[in-house]
Design a protein around this ligand. Structure first.
Ligand code: ATP
Ligand code: MG
Length: 424
């Protein structure tokens, strides 16, 4: 026999027992997006490599070392999307969705990054993604942040903190950049290899370093907030006022820069102390230059991405249980006549009772075995059909999860009775 095939490193199955947690999150996301008038957009998982290089930036972790890229038949350079914003921007440009200048969309799905797998960090992971185009003021910054807060609240998540910063306009970023280069150059011997490489090309990236040995140096670096021009300051203050008015707590973190190049003005992250080193659950910011950079008409934009695995891990750590996925009714069929009638009976019940979920016993077995399976299935009721019941045109209804007597019901009254018992 050949050896079985293992999954790829950092890539996971979501098992039936885990799916309810995912569905809980997905339902919360759909509900809240609707509550804010955001429409779902579905974008491809593969795109031209160029798209990510041009948007995320050459000296970012993602483009430098994390992309899964390949040459297809020696012709096309293709990359599995490492994040969603670039694809969404590409899509809204190529489909002309920005003709009216404004658009509020979201999407959800798998992303791929060749990282070192560890708790909360995978090579295939999932993100919920929100993008809002065409609004230049800080009101939309506040809106997307409030939207994320509402998802967390609906899920019952605690131990989350919102952190904010502003990178300012490209002009104030450029001023800060010069100060950073001067600062880090004067401490060049303390820079690690990555940071030395980024010093000239993209010094802001040094602030995003995860290397513990670099943190003290980074903490002493010039603050981007101190270089903000009046326009950037007004935008940031506007956002803070909106959040204050909405009663949402936040903390300003002047060292927050985020790992992608396209951000301007607002950047923010939701962080938790529950997940060790992988503390960021959701991150985002404003990207006013990105649409034009990718060939569209100049359009401001802002968005965020939420790591679904990290949210699920938080749900587990906080003991927030999702309802198990199982049928309400298990149909016990003993004997040839009952087996013969069983599938058709289940079909009829599903036809007549909207929302009824019923799992049919397959492959025979005596009463004892089938009741064991019924119990294991998680169903609330066993619906029992034996030779005797078939002959008399009835079924027995046996509650499995509470002390209540078994009852008998004529087959033609069964839909009505089941609907009543299950509140359907
Ligand atoms: P990190 O600093 O943890 O590497 P990042 O800044 O690279 O995160 P983003 O690109 O901002 O992450 O992605 C948004 C969110 O997606 C993160 O806050 C995190 O919750 C999640 N995420 C990112 N990379 C991974 C990964 N490899 N595995 C699981 N979740 C991830
Ligand atoms: Mg990363």
């Amino acid at each position: 026999m050949s050896k079985h095939i293992e999954p790829l490193r950092g890539v996971h199955d979501v098992l039936p027992a885990q799916v309810p947690g995912w569905q809980l999150l997905e339902r919360a996301v759909r509900e809240i997006m609707l509550a804010y008038g955001y429409e779902e957009l579905r974008v491809p998982i593969i795109e031209q490599t160029q798209l990510f290089k041009r948007s995320i930036g050459d000296f970012t972790d993602i483009v430098e070392k994390e992309m899964f890229s390949f040459l297809d038949r020696g012709e096309d350079h293709i990359t599995l999307r490492p994040e969603a914003t670039a694809g969404v921007v590409r899509s809204v440009i190529s489909n002309g969705l920005l003709r009216e200048g404004r658009l509020r969309v979201w999407c959800m799905g798998p992303m791929f990054r060749r990282e070192r797998p560890q708790a909360g960090r995978f090579r295939q992971f999932h993100q919920v993604d929100v993008e809002s185009f065409g609004f230049a003021g800080p009101d939309v910054d506040a809106e997307v942040i409030l939207l994320s807060a509402r998802i967390f609240r609906l899920l019952g998540l605690s131990r989350l903190k919102l952190t904010l910063n502003s990178l300012g306009t490209p002009a104030s970023r450029a001023r800060h950049r010069e100060q950073l280069v001067t600062y880090f150059r004067s401490h060049e011997s303390r820079l690690d290899e990555d940071s030395r490489r980024r010093l000239e090309a993209n010094p802001l990236r040094i602030l995003d370093s995860k290397n513990p040995d670099m943190q003290e140096l980074i903490a002493g670096s010039p603050r981007v907030l101190d270089s903000l021009d009046a326009e950037s300051r007004a935008h940031f203050d506007g956002l803070c006022e909106h959040l204050n008015a909405a009663g949402l707590d936040y903390e300003i973190n002047p060292l927050l820069v985020r790992g992608l190049d396209y951000y301007t003005h607002t950047v923010f992250e939701w962080v938790t102390d529950l997940l060790g080193a992988q503390s960021t659950v959701c991150g985002g910011g404003r990207y006013d230059g990105l649409v034009a950079q990718l060939g569209g008409a100049p359009t401001p934009g802002i968005g965020w991405a939420m790591g679904q695995e990290r949210v699920i891990l938080m749900l587990e750590k906080l003991g927030i249980a999702a309802p198990r996925q199982h049928a309400q009714v298990y149909l016990v069929l003993v004997g040839a006549a009952a087996e013969h009638a069983g599938l058709a009976l289940a079909e009829r019940l599903r036809d007549e009772v909207r929302g009824l979920s019923i799992q049919t016993n397959l492959g025979g077995g005596n009463f004892k075995t089938q009741f064991k399976r019924a119990d294991k299935s998680g169903a609330d009721f066993a619906l029992v059909l034996g030779e005797d019941e078939v002959a008399r045109g009835v079924a027995a209804i046996k509650p499995l999860r509470r002390e209540a007597a078994q009852e008998e019901c004529a087959l033609e009254k069964l839909s009505e009775r089941m609907a009543q018992l299950l509140g359907l």
